[in-house]
Design a protein around this ligand. Structure first.
Ligand SMILES: Cc1ncc(COP(=O)(O)O)c(C=O)c1O
Length: 487
């Protein structure tokens, strides 16, 4: 084949010869809908007439891209760290300057541009450990903390350590359905067996111990289950698991000898009355030594979500409990291959786990800004659920936490058939039509997994309130028209 005037008769790397696991990877959050949205935006720029003038994106949990303002203190310290000449500038508050000096003193050569230890800067790991202690009231050892490039990096690293065996001994990993597609993608990439356990939509997407047992028993017929992953608060489903559910999962992991992975990146995004965040680590230790001496746990946090939403800085950490010391050596070796997580992300994480204190000058602004972001998200969570529940043929569980609504939609048989003709999943067809007609970009439920015969979409609650209202009204209008058209 001639490309750029060059002949490539015998390429080494082709679709036939490439790693087949990579071909199996799917990531709906940036899938075909988003690609089409980008095309439509281009067409609009070129003057193509559409029934709308802009594409409204509610497909991805990218806070700042959706208009959320950064927290001033975080950016001040980062500015000072990246351009230390500003330490002489009297526009910056003293506490921001002292934080920047403290962080820079922990960097090689006093510069944020140098590599750090592969596990992450010790000072930051100490601050993370103190944060966890304040949060849980349980001791935390900085040596068990690994800093990462966002939570994604730490999650895939742990999965990599867990996967082994062939055929019936191949590692199986239990993940929820619906799930955040990082998990299915990483398991496909690593050639692991994906074991699905369903969340209970009729109980606001809670976990159910009998469903865990069902899914495990099924999986044991063809693989060796070794781990269970839980996302709490949930993505895409927006639930906050009760303490009871968390205890059930811990008991289950202990009984079945499963490594527990707790994805807690939305730990500050809790909105619904009566809901609270309980970390898996806290519950594990409060259940006593029978569990806390046994269950192996990796829990993950990130600078990408909550009130900061700084996903581009790629900050995150994991804490490991009861990890075999020999495996820890292997883990440290593995992370050293990628040298270190971004040092800017480590600086940011340090501020997130160690924010301004009440006696410091930046405290009032920090407190106000943080509270404003979380209060706006809480209002938007409520508004989204209320509006969706008024639409005939749509039902939406309470958005208790995280940043998403995952409403269920009833689709007429004729729409299901029309989708089939196009070779699309019915909810993909629905979301594509919504994009073409209204310029709204959502992600179909099929990208996250859902019970056979049910249909959903995921929408973020991140757009500014006025934009979100417009999005909700347009979705409502579209749903009514779509249902009528195909009935
Ligand atoms: C549940 C969950 N885990 C992990 C991540 C990864 O986030 P990051 O790698 O930016 O920390 C996300 C991002 O949306 C998420 O929703």
């Amino acid at each position: 084949m001639a490309e750029n005037g060059v002949l490539h008769p015998e390429r080494v790397l082709t679709l036939d010869t490439m790693n087949p696991n990579v071909k199996r990877v799917e990531y709906a959050v940036r899938g075909p809908i988003v690609q089409r949205a980008v095309q439509i935006e281009k067409e609009l720029k070129e003057g193509v007439k559409k029934p709308f003038t802009e594409v409204l994106r509610a497909n991805i949990g990218d806070c700042h891209a959706m208009g959320q303002r950064p927290i001033t203190f975080l950016r001040q310290v980062l500015a000072l760290c990246t351009y230390p000449e500003l330490l002489e500038d009297n526009k910056f508050p003293e506490d921001a300057k002292s934080r920047a000096r403290r962080f820079l003193a922990a960097c090689g050569g006093g510069s944020i541009g140098s590599y750090s230890m592969s596990q992450g800067i010790e000072l930051v790991r100490q601050d993370v450990a103190r944060y966890i202690e304040r949060r849980d009231g349980i001791p935390s050892n900085p040596d068990n903390i690994y800093l990462s490039s966002g939570a994604s990096d730490a999650i895939t690293t742990m999965l990599k350590l867990l996967i082994s065996g062939e055929g019936a001994t191949r590692t199986g990993v239990m993940i929820s359905k619906p799930q955040y597609p990082l998990y299915s993608a990483a398991l496909a990439d690593l050639g692991a067996v994906q074991i699905n356990y369903y969340l209970d939509e009729s109980k606001n997407w809670s976990m159910d111990a009998s469903e865990l047992r069902r899914s495990l028993a099924e999986a044991k017929k063809h693989c060796t289950p070794r781990a269970i992953c839980v996302i709490n608060p949930g993505n895409p489903t927006g639930q906050v698991q009760s303490r009871q559910c968390i205890e059930d999962v811990i008991r289950f992991a202990a009984e079945e000898n499963l490594f527990l992975m707790a994805d807690e990146v939305y730990q500050d995004n809790i909105y619904a009355e009566g809901c609270e965040f309980n970390s898996f680590k806290k519950v594990l230790f409060e259940m006593g030594p029978k569990y806390s001496n046994k269950v192996e746990l990796a829990s993950f946090h990130s600078t990408s979500k909550c009130y900061m939403g700084e996903c581009g800085f790629r900050g995150g950490y994991m804490e490991l409990i009861n990890l075999d010391p020999d495996v820890k050596v292997q883990l440290t070796k593995l992370v050293s291959v990628r040298l270190c997580p971004p040092v800017t992300g480590q600086a940011l994480l340090d501020l997130v786990v160690n924010p301004p204190q009440p006696d410091e000058p930046s405290y009032p602004t920090y407190k106000k800004e943080r509270a404003a972001v979380l209060a706006a998200l809480a209002d938007k969570a409520k508004m989204t659920e209320e509006i969706f529940n008024k639409v005939p043929g749509m039902s939406c569980n309470t958005v208790q936490g995280a940043m998403y609504a995952f409403p269920r939609i009833e689709l007429p048989q004729k729409a299901i058939e029309a989708a089939k003709e196009k070779g699309q999943a019915p909810d993909m067809f629905y979301c594509m039509t919504l994009l073409e007609e209204k310029g709204i970009c959502l992600v179909p439920g099929s990208g996250f997994g859902q019970r056979e015969g049910t249909f959903h979409f995921r929408m973020t609650i991140l757009p500014p309130t006025e934009t979100l209202k417009v999005v909700l009204e347009k979705v409502e209008e579209f749903h009514r028209k779509f249902t009528e058209q195909y009935s």
